[in-house]
Ligand binder design. Structure first.
Ligand code: FAD
Length: 523
């Protein structure tokens, strides 16, 4: 074990000629008898990710036909002296997490056909689940479950162009997580190919150590080839609401109260929030709040003493297509009455359930047309303890980010009891308090603004982390990125030694997911 820990990055034992190694490894790949395919011309997608900051060229891209191909690839890599293996979901990481420099990238999207819904119809659909391939996109799963069966997973991400295996390797959070926990809390079984090349089915009762390692495990222990995900009855419609606050404390108290009332049918079904700039800036300010083009944000409703940043609570309520709008207006009115938002700054719309869950798809299409989807995205995601969230607002939103970031600045509460401490996920300690916050700084830049802007954004992220550290704020990075052993150790805290033990057991040569830069390949 100690020897294993000493093999933490960076490695210093590369005396061998890299070209010779690549030639040997290429022959190894050619000898693989795959049902799928191997491609050595690795350009475009294989070398980059959504972040657009890191570029790493793999030796080959493998398109597996099934889990047996994944086994073949892992076994072949273990025969070489230096090959690593990265599962690539949809490459929506920010910092090269799904890349493998001169290694083998497994394109999980090539195994995206498995979606098998098992439905036991009843009033609650509580026994329904779907068996889904690790490379399936959540948006495809949504369409199949809702259109085919009137069912849907319970916990989502905001954007659904992500794979099942990719989000389960992190957590997967959105406005439903306060009630159902992250996506990792809604999986009952996995099929995994471990770093030793074994195909294992795991769950809470069968191979539990592997099951909990892999959930939130940053791809370190095995490759998820199938997941069993709980389903519920899909609602027809969503009443989608945004209300505006000038005071962070009031916004936070109301949001916390709403996520603490988690009884289905008696409270909102989705709770999120975001900070925005108190100005008419079209990208960062008032115009980002209304839900429809004909809704107008009336700035005269903002008190003159309001600060540089305002807050928007975003809520959704499931409803039936036949519910009368008068009755629904009444119910929503009653639920909103105790909240302390600015009375004239409330925006509402009813949309179908699919339209709501696919809302970011529309943003994606517009962003692709304007070029900002394909430009670099130096994003930063954090979990901040409730104890420190007011200080975070003061130091970060009201100060460092008072002019905005060119994209959404999400801030909303989550509940610790909905997360399973046995997984590899890491949350701020927060004195064990039930509530903690998700912060997502989702920067979008015009591509023509160039690398200098990306560097400025990265530097601003570092300034945020430094300021939080200097002020003693209790937080953890979500979708973490570190480059040194000490940083990873600090990140995992009490979970570090277990993480290392699990790695040594399930991936003893440290073949898997090298782009996370946690362990180095054992030669
Ligand atoms: P990749 O980026 O391809 O891979 C991520 C990591 O998982 C890599 O280490 C990879 O090796 C590993 N991996 C991938 N597939 C597997 C597998 N089958 N088995 C084992 N390991 C695997 N996150 C949220 O929680 N909530 C959100 O609302 C949200 N919105 C987002 C919106 C956008 C536009 C983007 C770009 C990201 C968003 N994310 C969100 C973050 C997202 O969940 C993660 O980046 C996720 O990893 C992306 O999934 P992917 O399929 O692209 O994974």
């Amino acid at each position: 074990m100690i020897a294993f820990m000493e093999r933490f990055l960076p490695a210093n034992d590369t005396e061998v000629n890299p070209e010779d190694e690549d030639t040997t490894n290429r022959s190894l790949c050619l000898s693989l008898e795959l049902q799928g395919s191997v491609d050595f011309i690795c350009t475009g997608l294989a070398c980059k990710d959504f972040g657009g900051i890191y570029y790493k060229k793999p030796l080959a891209i493998i398109k597996p036909a099934g889990p047996e191909d994944v086994v073949r690839v892992i076994k072949a890599a273990s025969l070489s002296s230096n090959l690593t293996v990265a599962a690539r979901g949809n490459g929506h990481s920010i910092r090269g997490q799904a890349m493998a420099d001169r290694g083998l990238v497994i394109d999980m999207r090539s195994m995206d056909t498995l979606i098998h819904v098992v439905a036991t119809y009843g009033s609650t659909a509580s026994a329904a689940y779907v068996d889904v391939g690790g490379g399936v996109l959540w948006e495809d799963l949504l369409r199949r479950c809702v259109l085919g069966f009137g069912l849907a997973p319970r916990s989502w991400t905001d954007y659904l162009g992500l794979t099942v295996g990719g989000t389960l390797s992190n957590a997967g959070v959105s406005g439903q997580a306060f009630r159902y926990g992250p996506q990792t809390s809604n999986v009952t079984e996995l099929e995994v190919v471990t770093g030793k090349g074994e195909i294992l089915v795991c769950s809470e009762n069968q191979n539990p150590e592997l099951f909990f390692s892999v959930l939130g495990g940053l791809g370190q222990f095995g490759i998820i080839t199938r997941a069993r995900i709980l389903l519920q009855k899909a609602p027809d419609m969503i009443r989608w609401i945004r209300v505006v606050y000038t005071e962070f404390e009031e916004f936070a108290k109301d949001a916390e109260r709403l996520v603490s009332q988690d009884l289905e049918g008696e409270s909102f079904d989705y709770v999120e929030g975001f900070a925005f700039v108190n100005s008419d800036d079209p990208v960062n300010g008032w115009p980002t709040v209304p839900l429809l083009l004909d809704q107008r944000f009336d700035p005269t409703s903002i008190p003159p003493n309001a600060g540089p940043v305002l807050y928007c609570l975003e809520l959704a309520l499931h409803h039936h297509i036949h519910d009368s709008s008068t009755t629904l207006d009444k119910v929503v009115g009653q639920m909103l009455r105790p909240l302390r938002y600015c009375r004239n700054l409330r925006f509402e719309v009813s949309v179908t359930y699919m339209e709501f869950l696919l809302r970011v798809k529309q943003v994606e299409e517009a962003a692709k047309a304007s070029g900002i989807w394909d430009a670099p995205h130096p994003w930063l995601n954090l979990f901040v303890s409730k104890r420190d969230i007011v200080d975070f607002d003061r130091i970060v939103f009201k100060n460092i980010l008072r002019d905005g970031i060119g994209g959404p600045m999400l801030v909303y509460p989550l509940r610790r009891s909905k997360w399973d401490i046995r997984t590899s996920e890491v949350l701020p300690e927060g004195g064990g308090e039930e509530i903690f916050y998700l912060i997502a700084l989702l920067r979008f830049n015009q591509s023509e603004r160039g690398r200098a802007v990306v560097e400025e954004d990265v530097a601003q992220n570092e300034e945020i982390l430094r300021s939080c550290r200097e002020n003693g704020l209790d937080l953890k990075q979500y979708l973490p990125h570190y480059t040194t052993k000490d940083e990873w150790k600090r990140h995992f805290g009490k979970k570090w030694s277990r993480f290392v033990e699990r790695k040594a057991y399930f991936d003893p040569l440290a073949l898997l997911s090298p782009g996370q830069s946690i362990f180095s390949r054992i030669r």
